[in-house]
Design a protein around this ligand. Sequence first.
Ligand SMILES: O=C(O)c1cc(=O)[nH]c(=O)n1[C@@H]1O[C@H](COP(=O)(O)O)[C@@H](O)[C@H]1O
Length: 236
Amino acid sequence: MNNHNPIIALDFATKAEVLHFLEPFNEKLFVKVGMELYFQEGPSIVTDLKERGHDVFLDLKLHDIPNTVKSAMKGLASLGADVVNVHAAGGLRMMESAIEGLEAGTPAGRTRPLIIGVTQLTSTSEQQMQEEQNIQTSLHDSVLHYAAISKQAGLDGVVCSVLEAASIKNECGHEFLRVTPGIRLNEGQGHDQIRIATPEVARLEGSSLIVVGRAITQSNHAVETYHLVKQQWEGY
Ligand SMILES: O=C(O)c1cc(=O)[nH]c(=O)n1[C@@H]1O[C@H](COP(=O)(O)O)[C@@H](O)[C@H]1O
């Protein structure tokens, strides 16, 4: 993967809807397949998008005992996704097992997918984290802690919000990826997201990759909106 385009979250229920959405784009994209699409269309949606030339982030956020995650990753590795993820809350051993599974399942001659750890979801507020997860620290410190254990486990980076990207870059180094969802062109349009930022702020704060869903997929002019996001993200 050497594609730093904004990642478009294909949060659709069917392959037909995906193909309808992609139809007007005349370029190679970086897309994300999440639970909604994968659970309804199955593994072929990933191989199909790869065959069409797109880079694919397979966002299934695995979180289970180490052995189960290892076996699941072994199977997923053969699909050819460029990036996969796990919940860092699953722990160090689980993340190490995820990497072992990916390495075991990657076909000879191919490089294994990048693997990143979800820290605190961008839909989580500090108050919610403290009350519901009973984590008695700041949200920022919780995200940094998850980033540190993800790095210790050997992961390639984390999913975090733009608000934590600069600190993670400082603590974990430039090479350790900061993949940031919760991107909005207009900060008033948060939907269910709490920790949001514009593509421009993401660039200035040191995100490595941005994930953009509804701002593009629900736009009446998706191609134009994608290019506006890309322009702000790349800063030209
Ligand atoms: O792992 C993710 O991609 C993810 C992590 C996170 O903390 N927050 C988050 O929004 N996401 C995903 O990023 C996308 C954001 O979509 P929009 O809010 O529509 O831009 C969704 O597909 C989420 O599943």
